[in-house]
Write a protein that binds this ligand. Structure first.
Ligand code: BEZ
Ligand code: FE
Length: 289
């Protein structure tokens, strides 16, 4: 097509693509370019605005490292990551939510009832529940990974003061599908806002805070892996999560308890708990693969 016009450029792009392109790739690319072109036309995008967008991406590339991916963060704060999560999570099981950049593999395995609190400051929190199917069948052998911030709002891999793998573990559930862990209450924290994503948040009057949460990955043979987070119902940032990760079914109550008899019997720390302590009941519901 030698005479390309505003009205014909989208079709020209499609005509240039080879017929043997993988159909799904072609479909996604076609939709993306159609929407990009429509966006430029609808906004009457100026040269300087377009250059500002490209500069944002250049800066995102510059600040990214193997440990920090500013493009993922941009996807998170624009809601795209959560949208993709929700599209893939339209089922009866527990909702999925963002993985975030602070997951590391190789966390130590602890038994059901094991302790993550160790020497961490803060009140003891007991989290327990089942890993079960949508038919309410316990899922024996499900592996739970948990990672969270300390009470200072930092993950162990952000904080030189915390020991390696602090507040991180994996746990394999038995026949009854039950898990139980003692830990501390995580704290709200700001996502990294010293790069172009932070500039975007400030330019649009948004905050960088995430409500406090516990991250989980649950895996079991025959079931879809679940990447999710669990939030505290009393968190001040629950309605303004910078990355749109909160779902109704992922919000739970920290129940304040003063009676040591309310502790489960199988905790490795026994009854060596200061009062008040907190209890959280949360079941993970997996869907078949
Ligand atoms: C997190 O929860 O760890 C997180 C998620 C998205 C962006 C930054 C942090
Ligand atoms: Fe997090």
């Amino acid at each position: 097509m030698k005479d390309v016009k505003i009205e014909t450029i989208t079709q020209a792009f499609l005509d240039y693509c080879g017929e043997d392109t993988d159909p799904r790739t072609m479909f996604v690319l076609k939709k993306m370019v159609e929407h990009l072109h429509a966006f430029a036309i609808e906004t009457q995008l100026s040269h300087s605005e377009w250059m500002r967008g490209l500069e944002f991406m250049y800066q995102a590339g510059e600040i990214s490292t193997p440990e920090r991916n500013e493009f993922v963060l941009a996807s998170d704060v624009t809601g795209l990551s959560s949208l993709v999560d929700m599209i893939g999570s339209q089922h009866e099981g527990t909702s999925s939510s963002v993985l975030g950049p602070f997951h590391v593999t190789g966390a130590p395995e602890i038994p059901v009832g094991g302790d993550l609190k160790n020497d961490n400051d803060g009140a003891t929190v007991v989290i327990e529940g089942l890993v079960r199917s949508t038919e309410n069948i316990p899922i024996e052998g499900a592996v739970i990974e948990l990672w969270q911030t300390a009470t200072n709002g930092l993950y162990s891999n952000q904080d030189p003061v915390q020991p390696d793998y602090n507040l991180r573990c994996s746990m394999t559930v038995g026949k009854d599908g039950r898990y139980a862990i003692t830990t501390v209450k995580p704290a709200p924290y700001k996502i990294p806002d010293d790069g172009p994503v932070g500039d975007l948040l400030r330019a649009t009057g948004r905050n960088a805070w995430r409500p406090s949460h516990l991250h989980f990955i649950i895996q079991a043979p025959g079931y879809r892996s679940l990447v999710t987070e669990v939030f505290s119902s009393d968190d001040p940032y629950l309605n303004t999560d910078a990355v749109f990760g909160v779902r109704d079914d992922l919000v739970m109550d920290y129940q304040e308890c003063r009676n040591l008899e309310e502790l489960p019997d199988d905790l490795s720390i026994g009854r060596d708990v200061t009062v008040p302590f907190y209890k959280v009941d949360f079941d993970f519901v997996l869907v078949p693969e």
